[in-house]
Design a protein around this ligand. Sequence first.
Ligand code: IP8
Length: 253
Amino acid sequence: MSDRLILKLGGSVITDKSADCAINRDQLVSIARAIARARTDGIVIIHGAGSCGHPEAKRYHLDVGVVTGQNEGIYVTHRAVSRLNEEVVATLRGQGVAAIGVHPLHTAIADNGRLVNFECRHLETMLDLGMVPVIHGDVVMDLSKGACIVSGDQLVRYLAVGLGIRRVGLATDVPGVLDEGGVVSEITRDTIPTLRIGNSMHTDVTGGMRGKINELLELADAGIGSDIFHVSRVADFLAGAAHGGTTVRGNTA
Ligand code: IP8
């Protein structure tokens, strides 16, 4: 259904990245209100882990994989980000959105850090039933490395293609992609070498803003553009209005 969209909530907007699993509940409530006012179906929400998952993934070196007998980090990291997911779902439900948590650990498989399968049929059915799947960056089983971390941004790329969704928005704690202080209004593969893009200062095993842009350029290669904007502009994005942020597009031939 062409009207469907993905809204990605960055880990840094829903948690305080400088503290240990500190969930930003006020922020979650305002996002949930904006969503509830705009629409209550046809949305897939994907969120990052922020301080509920990244410190654990780093502590257990999940970025390099997992070997037999040293699997505690899988449980600890999944538990941290699942706790955050539960709060996101509860907050949305509190505002009348029919949210339901979906955990990539249960539904996805990766190879060498990249998703190779994610069952989309149950997501399709949930959307048909008027539900709002809430999916999160997670630890998933990996055919080469035992386990790996799959970021919310990688999920955005995979699921937008898998679900045939053409409107993709990413709410962040900055107004868009910043190049030496200013917001870059449009990014393509052609313009990216000319930009000087900063990165997240906090613990982030999945690549911060650079990792995000790489995933979105892959999405653009598949013909799907995306928008990065400040979290305060979620309502504008949902309404299809200007959001003051960055649009990532495919090259214009
Ligand atoms: O915050 C990372 O997802 P991200 C997921 O979207 C974990 O990079 C568990 C660290």
